[in-house]
Design a protein around this ligand. Sequence first.
Ligand code: 13P
Length: 259
Amino acid sequence: MGRRLIVGNWKMNKTASQGEALVRELARLVTRTDSVDVVLAPPFTALASVRRVLPTDGRFVLGAQDLYWEDQGAFTGEVSGPMLLDLDCRYVIVGHSERRQYFGDRDEGFNKKVGAALRHRLSPILCIGETLAQHESGLTNEIVITQLLGGLASLTAEEIRATTIAYEPVWAIGTGRAATALQAEAVHATIRHHISTTWDAEVANGVRILYGGSVTAANAGPFLASQHVDGALVGGACLDPQSFAKIIALASSETQGFS
Ligand code: 13P
């Protein structure tokens, strides 16, 4: 298993100055990240201020929560890949279920966004996951694979290599009801299998698949110890520096334990 990846998705939380304070505190608590990749994804409005206070040793890198697929032009309210690159973003979240749920975004658009991210050498984190109703109807694998193949349509193996997948069951997001590590492991294995059959086994083995949905410092351990779980996409708990620092520490020690 390779390096784990821990991503903090701040969602629509923290002003630019609050974001600075959060990152200063996090940097005080997390002094090294030698064996884990840590991405902070503040709102667009806080990217510049967070960047100013990021430790210069690369302990944390910046990510954005979305992007538009065109590079520039008359697209009011949107933000493009070149704009994110200019602020030193390395990663960008694409396809979050809140985008599907509240803004009507769909797989076809996510596919274009993944393509735009890759074109600009931003690493896309494609989020996929079923709703509670779909989960209870036994449709989990079907939904997840449809979203996976829709979001990654016509990508080359090389492009998949630069992409991260995040399995985020909608029923687990912000509910305090995380999936079990066993549930996540099973879905992640299915995702990896489909990447292997659609592209190739080597790419499938290398691609990082994160779990997201009510991850906390208290429950992150078993996820991070699972074979097919390569990290976590953390919402609520990343807004609390103590909790996020603990999750990062768990990912670091687990990596060392497994290497
Ligand atoms: P919570 O950790 O708050 O459940 O959010 C998960 C999520 O949606 C991260 O993208």
